[in-house]
Write a protein that binds this ligand. Structure first.
Ligand code: PGA
Length: 252
């Protein structure tokens, strides 16, 4: 396998500091069994320093978002350099909740990816269509727009992973079928190949996200173009997230 396997937790706006610490302690016994799987915990910015101190060393720290700006008068923003300084390795950009709730446009997502890259962070770009877009038959054009507007502004080394997250599957308990996820993952890889060449496309990890849990995860990991998962709700429980990461390891 020439691509890395990625199990990414996305806690979203959940948990106290005490709960974050307990999660890290409870996950520690699982971590040694996950060798070969890049395991990442993306948490609220406020929790990151505590997690940096309490997560097992083999578990990487991620941020759920990053500022589009380098520094200065941007009240409420957290810069890529601040994240790196706090021990963060990974960052999510373009999550549909940021697009819908914080007004992140494709242009702003590109700027965020650029700031992340400048600070040496590994970027996961999320793309995904809404139910209305899927019903209107515009899934492919929406995904292409979201992906190409970022790809065309970055160098091939500036993106670490892609995540296909259909908006209708996020937090709904209605995951996409593995067939749908695989078809989209292959399509996305084809678009990457068109822009950055076959070799880069063959090495770029593509994740699926949207109601992944310990019961359905293995089906996604059996798909040839799916290299891992971005896990929201099920990642709040270290045991459930551990099962998902172990299912990813089992595919090796
Ligand atoms: P979910 O969220 O697993 O709760 O559906 C996934 C995500 O938004 O990253």
């Amino acid at each position: 396998m020439q691509r890395i396997s990625l199990a990414v937790a996305n806690w979203k706006m959940n948990g106290t500091l005490a709960e974050a610490k307990r999660w890290a302690e409870d996950f520690a016994p699982v971590a040694p069994a996950l060798e070969g799987v890049e395991t990442v915990v993306c948490a609220p910015a406020l929790h990151l320093p505590l997690l940096h101190a309490s997560l097992p060393e083999s578990v990487r720290l991620g941020a759920e978002d990053v500022s589009a700006y380098t520094n200065g008068a941007h009240t409420g923003d957290v810069s890529a350099a601040m994240l790196a300084d706090a021990g963060v390795d990974w960052v999510i950009v373009g999550h549909s909740e940021r697009r819908a709730e914080a007004g992140d446009t494709d242009e702003r997502v590109l700027e965020k990816a650029r700031r992340a890259s400048e600070a040496g962070l590994s970027t996961i770009l999320c793309v995904g269509e809404t139910l209305e877009e899927r019903r209107a038959g515009s899934t492919e054009s929406v995904l292409e727009r979201q992906l190409v507007s970022v790809l065309s502004g970055l160098k091939p080394g500036e993106l670490a992973a892609l995540a296909y997250e259909p908006v209708w599957a996020i937090g709904t308990g209605e995951a996409a079928s593995p067939e749908t996820a695989q078809a989209v993952a292959r399509h996305l890889r084809g678009l990457v190949a068109r822009h950055w060449g076959e070799e880069r496309a063959a090495r770029l990890p593509v994740l699926y996200g949207g109601s992944v849990n310990e019961k359905n995860a293995a089906q996604f990991f059996a798909c040839p173009d799916i290299d891992g998962a971005l896990v929201g709700g099920a990642s709040l429980d270290p045991e459930r997230f551990g099962h998902i990461a172990k299912a990813l390891k089992a595919r090796h």
